[in-house]
Design a protein around this ligand. Sequence first.
Ligand code: GLN
Ligand code: ZN
Length: 759
Amino acid sequence: MKTSIIGYPRVGGLRELKFATEKYFKGKITQEELKATAKSLREANWQVQKASGLDLIPSNDFSFYDILLDTANLFNIIPQRYTDLGLSELDTYFAQARGYQGEKGDVKALAMKKWFNTNYHYMVPEIEANTKIQLQGTKPFDEYHEAKALGIETKPVIVGPFTLLKLAKNHSDRSLKDLAEDLKVAYSAYLDKFAQENVSWLQFDEPYLVHDVDSDDIALLKDLYNEILRHKGQSKVLLQTYFGDIRDCYADVLDLAIDGIGLDFLEGVQSLSLVDSHSFPEDKILFAGLINGKNIWKNNYQKTLAVLDHLKEKGITSYLSTSCSLLHVPYSLKHENKLPEHYKAHFAFAEEKLTELKELSLLADKDYTNEATYQANQALFTNRPDAHDEKVEQRVAAIDDSYYTRLPEFSVREKVQKEAFHLPLFPTTTIGSFPQTRDVKVNRKAFRKNEITEEEYKAFNRQKIKDCIALQEEIGLDVLVHGEFERNDMVEYFGEHLNGYLFTEKAWVQSYGTRCVKPPIIWGDISRSQSITVEWSEYAQSLTKKPVKGMLTGPVTILNWSFPREDISVKESTLQIALAIRDEVLDLEAHGVKIIQVDEAALREKLPLRKSDWYKEYLDWAIPAFRIVHSGCQEDTQIHTHMCYSEFTDIIPAIDNMDADVITFEASRSDLQILDSLQANHFQTQVGPGVYDIHSPRVPSQEEIEDQVRKILKKVKAEKLWINPDCGLKTRGEKETTASLINLVKAAEVIRHEYTRSI
Ligand code: GLN
Ligand code: ZN
């Protein structure tokens, strides 16, 4: 049996690309040096894959920032405001990814959105009136040749035209059909070029097909591919889908003149029945996505081989593949030195998944039940040390309605809280973290390595908190934060303080651009044995008369940004986490912290891609899980929540049902359409739509913020509005942060005057 993968992580096993890119941004290394690092990382990836015996090795899965942005730029989809800067090709690319503020101009970054149901983010391509879509770039060809020069034949990968078109923003007055015409020509040129070189396989990623797709979509897909596929010459084309099944268009896709179809058999709950109920064409190859590209558990060989056996019995030619790109898992277990072997034996990161592919491909061709690799694999699934905690399981079983209902109801609480806090109109606040400067990281690292004592570590953090509170008072913010200096990451931090979690040293996964996250692993039943944040929040509150927000991460986000268990449901794990965070909320309240923010940054992350599944598969338990966290609070305790991105237009009632008192969310990078929907849905919760973008280093001017608030005020009632940045400030520098917050507070003052004069 042959093997293939859809893509590989690219930041480097030790995040070499991240560090090199950030140095480049700071002008510490040259473009040539950055490119050399990138090249050596690509080579390392290919060599590892080749050594593992993988049959189809991907190329062009490398990216300096994002694959969709790469694809857009390959076809010359670059808004003019970026080309006008007159920068080098790579800098024009980075300007789109992160904005540009310098001697050549001042432009914001493109919008950034979550990549399907993952924590990876893509840059939204923008098609303008004068965009001339055509094959322009050379990246896929260059990288293919680069591998070839190493003696490695690869399978070039790009995002397909259907997904590109569905995800791009069309700012031109041209119709979709019209744009499709240009894309056909551009993608055909791409195919022509590779066909001339007799490339054996080309992969087109079309994950958009796993959504609910309608007849217009299917017509568009056919229109695109019927033309493009004419140009494949001797090359074979693999149409790759992932993150679900393609139940709405299975037969249509298989009708295309493609040579292979990649189906996800894990998230795609109907993939197998689709294959069973339709005949699979004899002249095509099925790329069976059976190795999980999103989770880190070892594959259960019994289950995988059963599917492969079944496909073989049906006479289907298959290649064994991953369910999605391995981009969403960390590089390699070989960097994990602290994780005990009896746990480690259960995991497979990207590199170990290559081994699994090899082992499975060998087993698939044999009578495998007596094979040692098979038996060793099966032994893992009967033995999970210390995963179960009876007390936790009983506590979850005892959750009743009272846990899901906070009393008194919102409107009563709102009045009580207005009187209790005496906040000005348009209160200003931040989302929680302050810049994680070098000294903060150095301090944490020194403590981890036992180079300093716990007391020294804490003393440093207390000083940081003191400075942070003083700074916020000086700037004039209304509701303060302690700054989160003790946290590496908003989820990992809680993982490390909860029972049932395991954590890694180097298991980084790309989130966006150079930003990576290190999701902790849910190993067993989860509980809290002592307070986690109380000491820091209590200390911060002792330094000021202004309210300081306690800062926690919510259960859904903790779950969604962890690697979840596969032996119990995610709902069950989420309820366990909710009870643990509830304990912490009540603890904070008992220690005099009267405003508590419970971040649900990743609430949308596991929202099913098909609308029809939203409530029954997800929101019906995820939203109640959030309510467990704060239903035990007093009426004058104000609960805030924060969500990254404002993409909840379509689930506004669910968001209101979280029953928080205030919600802050990203709004500066997207249009303010969300606000119309809030209005239309009679949204109760007070809102803080972020007034400037923290994902970029540019400093917003006071006027710019004023304008943004004026726009927001047209749609949000004054007494409901908070003024805050988009998200936490931890990735920003101190200088730009202070400058931005000063402008934010000044803007709030101006707007307050304006507003009170006008009534
Ligand atoms: N409180 C967190 C912070 O400020 C929220 C981060 C997030 O939403 N991603 O860092
Ligand atoms: Zn956020």
